[in-house]
Design a protein around this ligand. Structure first.
Ligand SMILES: *[C@@H]1O[C@H](CO)[C@@H](O)[C@H](O)[C@H]1NC(C)=O
Ligand SMILES: *[C@@H]1O[C@H](CO)[C@@H](O)[C@H](O)[C@H]1NC(C)=O
Ligand SMILES: *[C@@H]1O[C@H](CO)[C@@H](O)[C@H](O)[C@H]1NC(C)=O
Length: 430
């Protein structure tokens, strides 16, 4: 089935117009039909041969009921310097082993409750809340996959009811439930009174990802409610030597070591060289300024005027403003996939010689090679090569940003400095 570009554009425009005038309904535990407008809209997932899963990046704020207030850019509270000097105490930081599920999602094992109930939780730097499936999820709303474990509050001695409604909207549906509190254990750290969503309704988009829930690692904005994030609690309960965490993400089909989330510091085993540091440009997102995106050894520089990028481990892709993404692929020689104009196809025989893609941050080039931005998909003995870089629609009231998912993060060891509101990049040691 090949949808002409015009139909795709028309659909998007219509849906944008319809969504513009609509109020977001207050869902009182009921399933609402409203879908977030714009953004990574992919209505044809089922019928087209799209090889790549939907990002688990939520398209909506955690509490969509209030408008997002104007957020002032954050000024760094001290001169920028290599974070290594501040937080080099790696002996006290904790490493959490991550499992890379086919380069689609990275998850770690977390225990919730006393005695602990184990869950595979996707690490998500684009989302503040953590959630897991509840034993109270009615059968008609469950995925009935046996590996989906469920939290049972009745068998935990440290459970505390909260009961406030929990909602998280994703591209392909919404997770609904209520907030609860319990002890959360990760890497031997015991976080008390941790709030998390107990999901009683989940979309089936998580079915092929081998995860039970999500561990939110984005700072929470004031309008997103009062529930403290896991990092908030770890810092308040003084479990970490420094209010930071960092990520090393391995490549699925290589001999790499395990992926690692380091809580409270950096781990020098996993990176080389100095950190390139950028202050956050929105206080509760891992968002920073980029001065340009370019292809190595090409003269064209995009976004010269400056743009912003967000680090989001919740998507395997690199998402950018559509026009810029199209120019990138024009220069690289990618061909739009028929019926799927935002996915670009490459000749597999040539992908190894494709030039690097460079993001300019704090005056330095952060470059990723085709090994990172080309996805190889094997099917029936044949291999197809797709670009991980895709165009993304934005709502009228949103400023387009680049979303750097795990295709980018595999190339760079990333430091998320909660205390100083900044982010650091060092070359990952594969
Ligand atoms: C567990 O949660 C259910 C549903 O919210 C509630 O009715 C029940 O009282 C809770 N169990 C305990 C032991 O608190
Ligand atoms: C957890 O909550 C209980 C009840 O509100 C309180 O007594 C206790 O001090 C809290 N523990 C921590 C570590 O915050
Ligand atoms: C790009 O230019 C640099 C130096 O100018 C050179 O070393 C490198 O091989 C070139 N890369 C490609 C892909 O042509």
């Amino acid at each position: 089935m090949n949808l002409p570009l015009a139909a795709v554009l028309a659909f998007t425009l219509i849906s944008l117009c319809v969504a513009q005038g609509k109020k977001i309904p207050l869902s009182q535990g009921k399933r609402s039909d409203w879908k977030p407008p714009g953004a990574v809209r992919r209505p044809w997932t089922a019928s087209l041969q799209q090889p790549w899963p939907l990002p688990i990046r939520p398209r909506q704020q955690l509490f969509p009921k209030q408008p997002r207030p104007f957020e002032k850019p954050v000024q760094p509270d001290k001169p920028l310097q290599a974070p290594k000097e501040d937080y080099g105490v790696t002996s006290l930081a904790r490493d959490v082993k991550l499992t890379n599920y086919k380069d689609k999602v990275y998850h770690c094992q977390v225990e919730i409750g006393t005695p602990g109930q184990k869950f595979n939780m996707a690490i998500h730097t684009g989302y503040p809340a953590s959630w897991i499936p509840s034993v109270h999820c009615p059968p008609e709303y469950t995925l009935s996959s046996h590996y989906y474990r469920r939290y049972n509050n009745a068998s935990s001695s440290t459970y505390r009811a909260n009961g406030k409604e929990f909602t998280a909207l994703y591209e392909d549906g919404e997770v609904e439930g209520y907030w609860s509190q319990d002890t959360l254990k990760v890497a031997g750290l015991k976080v008390r009174n941790q709030s998390f969503g107990e999901a009683v309704l989940e979309p089936n988009m998580f079915k092929d990802m081998n995860i039970d829930g999500v561990l939110g690692l984005r700072p929470r904005a004031a309008f997103e409610g009062e529930e403290l994030t896991v990092m908030d609690n770890m810092v308040r309960q003084k479990l970490l030597p420094a209010p930071v965490f960092s990520l090393y993400l391995n490549r699925f089909d290589s001999e790499d070591r395990d992926s690692v989330l380091t809580l409270g510091g950096t781990n020098t085993d996993y990176y080389t060289g100095e950190f390139v540091v950028a202050p956050l440009t929105r206080p509760n997102r891992w968002q920073f300024k980029i001065d340009g995106v370019q292809i190595a050894n090409h003269s064209g520089v995009f976004s010269k005027s400056g743009c912003h990028a967000e680090l989001d481990s919740g998507t395997p892709l690199i998402l950018g403003p559509i026009e810029e993404v199209n120019i990138v692929h024009l220069q690289l020689g990618g061909i739009p996939l028929q019926g799927w104009p935002r996915t670009f196809l490459f000749d597999c025989a040539k992908v190894d010689s494709l030039p690097d893609l460079e993001f300019i941050v704090s005056g330095q080039k952060l470059s990723i090679s085709s090994k990172d931005y080309i996805i190889k998909e094997y099917k029936d003995g044949e291999v197809s090569c797709y670009s991980a870089v895709e165009g993304m629609f934005w709502r009228k009231d949103e400023t387009p940003v680049w979303v750097l998912g795990t295709a980018f993060m595999r190339a760079y060891y990333t430091l998320f400095d909660v205390g100083n509101k900044r982010i650091g990049f060092a070359k990952a040691k594969h």
